[in-house]
Design a protein around this ligand. Structure first.
Ligand SMILES: Cc1ncc(C[n+]2csc(CCOP(=O)(O)OP(=O)(O)O)c2C)c(N)n1
Length: 676
């Protein structure tokens, strides 16, 4: 149900003391003066970029005042200057961000100003991508609820953000699970230049109804009303009664940012009209009427704010500039040093196929670490995943640790990111690689960048399991190879097991790693690849290739199902007297360069086999590195055998066979290379 909340005209009903009111007023004044100072610095050319808060102070100070940063979490958006002041972020820390200084606690100068983050106050880092914060909020709220905390989450954004899928997916999930989360939408009627009429059909708060959530509309310029609505929503969430959507109607007085010219899309009359509803004079009048503020007290607050700002800006401007753009890409950087030059011995263990190994390894790792959860589409029992990878996990560990999600890939990955912020390790399942694309933004713009963009203050340890690849007649949408897209991204690690023992070893290492790891499962091998599954805590280090065959004539570099086929090809070539090494990469990022280099030095000829499209595929990178770094050892050009430039893979068996690399093709190319 949507409620239009009445303006609150008496603070005593809210349980606020006189001091509370004065403190709220002080925070609004501080935020306004900080904004004005930042604009002035921008015009003087001393700071690069301003995201203005002026006009939103009533909403932001009111909402923040209702939170308890000791146990509550906040996910602000870029305009939330006053909200952050309200949470306890110091003016100096804000200026360190504005001046992009090394000691900027939010990002060390790596992000634009206004990209808030403060682990000590439970303020989670955010990006510039509109609406990506909502699934994170849902993930944090899920963990607070699962852990039995009475902490709640407040996530904030503009009205434009409610047009993004991430917002709807998070609202839906919050509604399904009755999560303790408040969606605060600051509706200032413009998303840059786009007016509300081009953005939203109907009313934002009404959208809550569709998700089983209560929606309320408040006058965002009325501090007490916003405080009252937020406090009520928080009380409800703490009592386990679920989420609330608060739509606060407000206005920004300046352009969207210092790069915008609002005269193009708003009249000065309109701005003036809204300035007459300015939350600061309105609240000042309230305080004066209630004899809480006189001229002397007002001037004292003005002066105190001005001097706080002047001193903070001066100190921040004089602080050291950042000088290190290269560190903290990974929480645990891995640089392989020792090459593998001997065939990896098969471990001892029960003989299983790849999918059974993955299933048993998930059971093992979730038993080992209580802070793990797994979720995705169809993951929960009784189905246990469309490939049965997660079968039995709900029964073994409970519905809170192994659960189904809606069909919402951005949400699925975003939930994991939010959970990671609370210290929980999500082992996410994406049903098919072909359907990960809606989650691309969450992986690339969020998970991969969280450590870097927070200058190392947050980690994002998630494992994203993804069945990928062809050879199973899955056609165009159940066959894709996605490794090159993700291995390209700094901050992500990408692994591909091709044997049951590696499936376990890489899973355990991925779960124990503090960075986001994409764990690609070659689904062609689910039943085809069999081998021993070691018992106990078997680990395969990330960034270490395996030599599967040793031969002096040439090396095939492959991974996933193509490693499997390359071994078969090598066995057959041996019968013809051609001795082939097969290097199974296992880790695509980090890449085991020393082992590749050693293989080049041993055999001087290299064929790279991968089933993705050849053009700009993963093999192109290996080939380029060999040419650049090991050219002198080569006796022949490095060759690639991969899929041609067509969408992978057409359905009819005859069509798929025409495109996907196969054993005969490997043999043919290896023969040619050996004879070169
Ligand atoms: C996903 C995405 N698309 C586009 C942009 C560019 N952009 C930055 S701010 C903005 C408008 C956002 O408006 P709104 O959510 O209403 O917040 P406001 O700035 O008005 O407070 C756009 C389109 C972006 N940052 N992210």
């Amino acid at each position: 149900m949507t409620l239009e909340l009445e303006t609150i005209s008496d603070h005593t009903v809210l349980g606020l003391s006189d001091n509370d009111l004065l403190e709220m007023y002080r925070r609004m004044v501080l935020a306004r003066k900080l904004d004005e100072r930042t604009w002035a610095l921008n015009r003087q050319g001393r700071v690069g970029f301003v995201v203005s808060v002026s006009g939103h102070e009533g909403t932001q100070v009111g909402a923040a005042y209702a939170l308890d940063p000791e146990k509550d979490w906040s996910l602000p958006y870029y305009r939330d200057v006053a909200f952050n002041i309200g949470l306890g972020v110091s003016v100096e820390d804000i200026f360190l961000g504005v001046f992009a200084k090394k000691s900027d606690p939010a990002s060390g100068g790596r992000q634009m100003p206004g990209h808030w983050s403060e682990p000590d106050l439970n303020i989670f880092t955010h990006s510039s991508a509109i609406a990506t914060q909502y699934p994170h909020a849902a993930g944090i709220a899920y963990e607070l609820k699962r852990g039995g905390s009475d902490g709640i989450v407040l996530v904030s954004g503009g009205e434009g953000s409610t047009s993004e899928g991430d917002w709807h997916e998070a609202m839906n999930f919050a509604g399904i699970h009755d999560l303790p989360v408040i969606f605060l939408i600051q509706n200032n009627m413009y998303a840059i230049s786009v007016p509300e009429s081009d953005q939203i059909a109907g009313q934002i708060a009404n959208r809550a109804n569709g998700y089983g959530i209560e929606g309320v509309v408040v006058d965002g310029n009325d501090l007490l009303t916003v405080y009252g609505a937020t406090a009520a929503a928080i009380g409800k969430a703490r009592a386990g009664e679920g989420p609330t959507l608060i739509e606060a109607k407000t206005y920004r007085y300046y352009a969207h940012t210092s790069d915008d010219d609002d005269k193009l899309y708003r009249t000065r009359e309109e701005v003036e009209q809204w300035r007459r509803k300015d939350p600061i004079p309105a609240f000042r009048r309230y305080l004066v009427e209630h004899r809480l503020l006189d001229t002397a007290a007002e001037e004292a607050i003005d002066q105190e704010s001005a001097s706080t700002i002047a001193a903070a800006a001066e100190r921040a401007e004089g602080a050291a500039d950042p000088d290190d753009a290269l560190s903290r890409v990974y929480a645990a950087p891995i640089t392989p040093v020792e090459p593998v030059e001997t065939i990896e011995r098969e471990p001892i263990g029960e003989e299983v196929n790849l999918i059974t190994a993955i299933n048993k390894s998930l059971h093992h790792v979730m038993g080992l670490y209580e802070d793990t959860v797994t979720f995705g589409e169809d993951v929960a029992d009784p189905k246990g995943g469309v490939f049965k990878a997660t079968a039995g996990l709900t029964d073994a560990f409970g519905a809170a640790r192994s659960f189904n999600t809606p069909v919402s890939e951005a949400l699925i990955i975003g939930l994991g990111i939010g959970m990671a912020a609370t210290g929980t390790k999500a082992i996410i399942e994406i049903q098919f690689a072909d359907f990960i694309h809606p989650g691309f933004d969450q992986l690339v713009s969020e998970a991969a960048r969280i450590h870097y963009r927070s200058n190392g203050r947050w980690e994002c340890p998630i494992v994203v399991r993804v069945p990928y690849g062809g050879g199973i007649h899955g056609a165009l949408y159940h066959s894709q190879s996605i490794e090159a897209l993700y291995a390209h991204i700094p901050g992500l690690k990408v692994v591909v097991p091709s044997t049951p023992s590696d499936a376990k070893g890489l899973l355990l290492s991925a779960v124990e790693d503090p960075d986001p790891v994409m764990y690609l499962e070659p689904k062609k091998l689910y039943r085809l690849a069999t081998g021993p599954l070691p018992s106990g805590d078997h680990r395969v280090p990330l960034g270490k290739a395996a030599l599967r065959r040793d031969g002096a004539d040439l090396t095939i570099i492959a991974y996933g199902s193509m490693a499997h086929f390359s071994i078969e090809a090598a066995d057959r070539l041996a019968e013809e007297g051609i001795q082939v090494s097969v290097l199974d990469l296992r880790s695509l990022k980090p890449l085991d360069w020393p082992s590749i280099n050693a293989a080049v030095e041993r055999t001087s000829k290299v064929l790279i086999v991968y089933e993705d499209n050849e053009f700009l595929g993963y093999g192109a990178e290996i080939s380029a590195q060999i040419m650049e770094k090991s050219f002198d050892w080569l006796d022949a050009p490095v060759q690639r055998y991969a899929s041609p430039d067509v969408p992978t893979f057409p359905y009819a068996p005859a069509l798929e066979q025409q495109v996907i690399p196969n054993v005969e093709g490997i043999i043919e190319r290896a023969r040619g290379l050996a004879a070169y």
